[in-house]
Design a binder for this molecule. Structure first.
Ligand code: PLP
Length: 385
């Protein structure tokens, strides 16, 4: 059976070169980076070379990169430590953030008495920048703005320039969850007024279980995980040396091939939109995901013109992996909160959302297979009604 993987916003297959460099590292570098003997120093050197490589690609200093276990940990670390150590008493966020931000912010609200304000959204699921400015203006409490760079479900891109300018004007700290965008867009963090960003290697053809947090160096930040004082005291625990080496390689490849891969994926996304419109009358797209200027090019959130809670299962039977938003243990899917915020109840009732997310490994043949299968499912629904 033809296998088609179109769930790259969930995770990506690892590049062969990343697997090779990690395998070599596993075979040869087994010292603990904290050990003072030569084997430890070798492991430490691998860590620091990786940090330097990543820092250079973002045009920041190596000390601004803190290795973590994933995007979730990076976002937790940034939000929690901003409250614990930077005197933040107010957080501005949105209802479309990834759960690891929303849950952490809610915990700060409930257990730490932090004022949390959720910015208004436009009907397409973008931040209402006027509302953001009014909220920023309304108080001089020490504020952290945490808004994601690109939404992982509908792909809407944040106007980072605008938000950083507002944060600067109103003296707020700015965290943007860049898990879906680092390595997909060129970013010179030395020129941007972002205080914190986050990365997860498995979203860019690197290994799972490793990521990093970017913490602007002027900030007196402190750790959430204490112990042996690794990562210059910012995150204790013996480091994931192989993971870090793999992440640095994946990140380097992502930046080197960025233009080539972006152009390939944009053509593929455009081809997908065209084929879907041709073969499935009435098909629409959620959020801004079909707008090439305003959305993440790797994501297309499709609204199928029929209700089918088992669509993921049916696609899987034909070898296709896409995402339905939120999974449910029964195999059927519930409509995600992100989709609920961009669609009215009647539309949700008569349509089915699926998220198609691309990588450099996808081809037009993958799309042809997907569209053919969706066309058959659509025809089955037309006959049934
Ligand atoms: N933030 C966003 C926008 C994501 O899409 C994800 C993962 O889907 C995360 C954070 C969490 O990253 P991780 O899977 O590395 O914990």
């Amino acid at each position: 059976m033809q296998r088609v993987y179109l769930d790259n916003a969930a995770t990506t297959p690892m590049h062969r070169e990343v697997i090779e460099i990690m395998t070599e590292c596993m075979q040869n570098i087994y010292g603990n980076p904290s050990s003072t003997h030569v084997l430890g120093r070798e492991a430490k050197a691998q860590m620091e070379l990786s940090r330097k490589k990543i820092a250079e690609l973002l045009n920041v200093t190596p000390s601004e990169i803190v290795f973590t276990s994933c995007g979730t940990e990076s976002n937790n670390f940034i939000i929690r430590s901003s409250v614990d150590y930077l005197g933040v008493t107010r957080i501005i966020t949105s209802n479309l953030e990834h759960k690891c931000v929303q849950e952490t912010v809610s915990e700060m609200e409930n257990s730490r008495n932090i004022e949390v304000i959720r910015v208004k959204l436009t009907e397409n699921g973008s931040v209402d920048y006027q509302d953001l400015e009014q909220i920023l203006q309304s108080s001089d409490k020490k504020t952290l703005v945490t808004l994601m760079h690109a939404n992982n479900e509908i792909g809407n891109l944040l106007d980072v320039e605008k938000v950083q300018q507002l944060c600067e004007e109103y003296n707020a700290l700015f965290h943007t969850d860049t898990v879906q965008t680092l390595g997909h867009y060129p970013m010179d963090l030395s020129k941007m007024k972002i205080d914190f960003a986050s990365c997860s290697a498995h979203k860019l053809h690197g290994p799972k279980g490793v990521g990093f947090a970017f913490i602007r160096k002027s900030l007196p930040f402190k750790p959430q995980i204490t112990g042996g004082g690794q990562e210059r005291g910012m995150r204790s625990g013996t480091e994931n040396v192989y993971g870090v080496v793999g992440m640095a390689k994946a990140f380097e490849m992502a930046i080197q091939d960025l233009d080539k891969h972006r152009s390939h994926i944009e053509k593929l996304k455009s081809y997908t939109i065209q084929k879907l419109k041709e073969e499935i009358p009435g098909i629409e797209f959620n959020g801004l995901s079909a707008d090439f200027e305003k959305s993440l090019y790797t994501v297309l959130n499709v609204r199928l013109p029929f209700k089918d809670a088992l669509i993921g299962f049916e696609l899987e039977l034909k070898g296709i992996a896409v995402s339905q938003g939120s999974a449910c243990s029964s195999g059927a899917a519930k409509v995600s909160t992100v989709i609920q915020s961009v669609l009215d109840a009647a539309t949700i009732e008569r349509t089915t959302p699926i998220r198609i997310s691309f990588s450099c490994y996808n081809t037009n043949e993958d799309i042809d297979h997907l569209v053919n299968v969706l066309k058959q499912i659509n025809e089955k629904h037309l006959v049934a009604h």
